[in-house]
Ligand binder design. Structure first.
Ligand code: IPD
Ligand code: CA
Length: 266
């Protein structure tokens, strides 16, 4: 399969579904009480908002295009198929719970080993980022491109701080130390899906993080690639979802970022 031929037809429909769910999540902002917040593990929060958003998404996505599902919350329903929806109903749960506006609905469709369709909807700015394989990337329907920034010193980066797996914290801080000197700055937004789509539209020049799950990065990665960027693992391989390290850049600074990463992580 060269191109996903249903992309042009499904992209606006997927965007509409993600916008609806994103708006519903936003509407729950003042409804959520502290006793409705649960902990799935160390620093891993969840509430009825994540769960209800996921249930609604799975239902609507199956109506749109029946496929397997991999989701963050109810993993009992997870089933990989030729086509599989990869779903993060609320990326940035901690932000949402703390009343911060950086969160998003993130959905990708995977065909065998490739992401072929993606949407990330951010309800507070009213932005939806979409792409399909071979068809470019868009924000609210208009074509987007990664930045042209050619060097690290003019680059603004995004990352995620370790919050659960602290095994590599020392090296991570050493890398941060290095990049703070080498670049214009490093942001920690708290939503990998948004870090990726903000790289796709050129607000960030690169995003790097370790320890992420496939649902955090699936949609945003396709959107970066379709916007002209490069996504790889820290070993510069394409299996970033399994390798648990991700680097997404505008392409120009990919090798420079890898070089800095290698200096610390070997
Ligand atoms: C989290 C966010 C965050 C990243 C974490 C993710 P969640 O997703 O993407 O930016 O640093 O690793 O788990 O838990 O809010 O869906
Ligand atoms: Ca997530």
């Amino acid at each position: 399969m060269d191109l996903f031929d249903k992309g042009p037809e499904l992209e606006p429909k997927l965007a509409k579904i993600c916008i609806e769910i994103g708006n519903w999540i936003k509407s729950q902002k003042n409804e959520l009480s502290p006793d409705e917040i649960e902990s799935k593990g160390h620093n891993d929060l969840v509430s009825y908002v994540d769960r209800e958003a996921e249930t609604q998404l799975v239902k609507k996505l199956q109506e749109l295009f029946p496929a397997g599902v991999i989701t963050e919350e109810d993993i009992t329903q997870n089933r990989v198929s030729e086509y599989t929806w990869i779903i993060d109903p609320l990326d940035g749960t901690t932000n949402f719970i703390h009343g911060l506006p950086a969160y998003a609905v993130s959905v990708a469709l995977k065909y065998e080993e490739q992401y072929v369709l993606a949407a990330v909807a951010e309800p507070n700015m009213g932005e939806v980022f979409t792409a399909y394989k071979g068809g470019g990337a868009r924000m609210n329907g208009s074509t987007i491109k990664v930045s042209d920034t050619p060097v690290l010193k003019d680059s603004l980066l995004a990352t995620g701080f370790p919050y659960q797996d602290f095994s590599q914290l020392g090296s991570y801080l050493e890398l941060l130390n290095r990049l703070l000197y080498e670049t214009r700055g490093v942001r920690r937004f708290g939503s990998a899906a948004l870090d990726l789509v903000y790289t796709a539209i050129g607000r960030f020049d690169a995003f790097y993080e370790y320890g992420l799950k496939e649902w955090d990065v699936a949609a945003g990665s396709l959107i970066v690639e379709e916007a002209g960027g490069i996504v790889s693992s820290w070993e510069n391989t394409s299996n970033y979802a399994e390798s648990k390290t991700i680097l997404a850049t505008n392409g120009h600074i990919h090798e420079m970022m890898l070089k800095s990463i290698r200096k610390v992580f070997g």
